[in-house]
Ligand binder design. Structure first.
Ligand SMILES: Cc1cc2nc3c(=O)[nH]c(=O)nc-3n(C[C@H](O)[C@H](O)[C@H](O)COP(=O)(O)OP(=O)(O)OC[C@H]3O[C@@H](n4cnc5c(N)ncnc54)[C@H](O)[C@@H]3O)c2cc1C
Length: 484
């Protein structure tokens, strides 16, 4: 079995890379440790409800916007139907003692509403929004007209923190908190988050907001059909264990967990970058690079609750709720609520995600899914009861919640094969090395949310970034532009 390219990991980034390379005529294999493709996107079914796990909504999917163009370029669009979120308020923020704030779709409407809500803060509001626009406009894969020249990283995660930028514009605590609420979409607190990361995640949401009919599962299935169409060989249920090199240090293949050897001339690895050093013989990477990858911290751990509302309601139809705690707690006790399935016929199933303190489940780190001790189950039940209480208080229109399932960082770790189970893999924070797509080994490229940004857009974009090195960035961008 010999290939031009082996892609490790069958999430949104790996599926993107495999598709792009096969579209170029390369012979491609993809290996995914889970028994199915795109485990994070698939969600799960319990009773009458399908629960989305790793995809609820996204920016950039309006006609001609960047994710729409990426999907067109990947040949997925024919298989996907988008569903717009509530134009008047796709994300609604509820805080104790305050009227609800609804983020409307569209930057102008957002600016107008913020200015109405925060008189006297007009300069801060327009300054913030202009800076988000500017930061997106310099990314060659967010803005296809941006120049390619520069360091060649194309996705810089350095500079100033979100908090520092906000403090330059305003000292209004509530406005700062509203601008920071979407840090939950990438799992880094405002003091540590590079403003460029923040802008690249929120910028596309400020333009348009969509779900997919059929949710993340529809995306997983569209990718699977495309891989079949392109003749990509897929190895499921056995991870890549070791990368193999010639004595001269040239990549020659990978050994899978069942002993299968896949020969390849190139590899795009999309697994958590901290796992890479364990797959590569000593001496291939410089010691400092190994150490940096091994030291990467994870984005926030979270507790996720999947449940069903007791009362029929339309609160979560085309919109999400961010339930915040008291102002002085920052965003630590935020709860993000979304419909179980954001399709047009979404019922009364819901998903609630709440950050957990780092290390909250470390006591049980030696246990594995399906074989956890009773204390862990008791902890989950207690967390779930606490969350249900807060949701019922903050959203009485739901009429109460019946819990269907819960997940912690340990669930994420075991399900997605990451070192610690942070919600979005690597914590892209200032002051640490943020992995780049190129490694010292020719033809060993990295992609995935750990390389660009979390979110389906970030993961797909990372696939384009890696493949741009193979195909040529200008050529690849021309191909994306041709989909306009
Ligand atoms: C609870 C939650 C909600 C989210 N909601 C949204 C949302 O509403 N909108 C949005 O845009 N994004 C959302 N995201 C983020 C988004 O799902 C992710 O950023 C994106 O899917 C990551 O894709 P990826 O390919 O980088 O990583 P992954 O999907 O994690 O893919 C990496 C793959 O590599 C596999 N793997 C690991 N080790 C090996 C090995 N040795 N060999 C082979 N395979 C291996 C893993 O099993 C995994 O499938 C959410 C994420 C979470 C956790």
């Amino acid at each position: 079995m010999s290939y031009d390219w082996l892609v490790i990991g069958g999430g949104a980034s790996g599926l993107t890379a495999a598709t792009l390379l096969a579209q170029e005529g390369h012979r491609v294999a993809l290996v995914e440790k889970n028994p199915c493709l795109a485990p994070l996107l698939r969600g799960f079914r319990r009773g009458d409800f399908h629960f989305d796990t790793g995809f609820h909504y996204t920016g950039g999917l309006g006609r001609g916007e960047i994710l729409d163009l990426f999907f067109r370029c990947l040949g997925l669009s024919e298989r996907l139907r988008t569903t717009p979120f509530d134009l008047t308020g796709f994300d609604r923020v509820r805080e104790p003692g305050q009227a609800e704030f609804a983020f409307p779709v569209g930057e102008e409407r957002l600016e107008e509403r913020l200015c109405r809500e925060f008189p006297g803060q007009e300069r801060a509001i327009s300054g913030y929004l202009a800076e988000v626009r500017r930061a997106c406009a310099v990314h060659p894969y967010l803005d296809l007209e941006a120049p390619l020249a520069g360091s060649g990283t194309f996705f810089g995660l350095e500079g100033t923190s979100l908090q520092e930028m906000l403090s330059r514009w305003t000292d209004h605590p509530r406005l700062q908190r509203l601008f920071s609420v979407h840090t939950l979409l990438y799992g880094v607190p405002p003091e540590e988050a590079p403003f460029s990361l923040h802008a690249s995640v929120v910028g596309p949401y400020y333009q348009s907001v969509h779900g997919l009919v059929g949710g993340g599962l529809a995306l997983a299935e569209a990718f699977a059909a495309r891989l079949t169409e392109l003749g990509i060989d897929i190895f499921l249920g056995r991870g890549a264990q070791e990368l193999l090199f010639t004595p001269a240090g040239t990549l020659r293949g990978a050994r899978l967990e069942d002993g299968t050897i896949v020969e390849t001339r190139g590899c795009v690895a999309t697994l958590h970058p901290a796992l890479l050093p364990g797959m590569v013989p000593e001496g291939v990477f410089r010691p400092v690079y190994r150490r940096r990858l091994l030291a990467l911290e994870d984005s926030l751990p979270a507790f996720t609750l999947y449940g069903v509302c007791r009362k029929a309601n339309s609160l979560l139809h085309g919109r999400n709720i961010f339930l915040l705690g008291n102002l002085e707690n920052g965003l630590d006790d935020t709860i993000y609520l979304t419909a179980a399935d954001n399709g047009p016929a979404s019922g009364s199933g819901l998903v609630a995600i709440a950050p957990l303190p780092p290390g909250a489940t470390d006591r049980w780190k030696d246990s594995v899914t399906g074989r956890r001790p009773p204390e862990y189950e008791a902890y989950k039940a207690e967390q779930a009861a606490h969350l249900v209480r807060r949701i019922e208080e903050g959203c009485p229109e739901l009429g109460g919640i019946k819990v269907t399932a819960t997940a912690t960082a340990l669930t994420m770790r075991d399900y997605l094969h990451t070192p610690r189970g942070g919600l979005y893999g690597v914590r892209h924070r200032l002051g640490q090395y943020n992995p780049q797509r190129r490694t010292r080994v020719a033809n060993l490229l990295l992609a995935g949310q750990g390389v660009a940004a979390p979110g389906v857009l970030g993961a797909v974009l990372s696939g384009f970034l890696a493949c741009g090195d193979v195909i040529g960035h200008e050529q690849l961008r021309e191909r994306v532009k041709a989909c306009r």
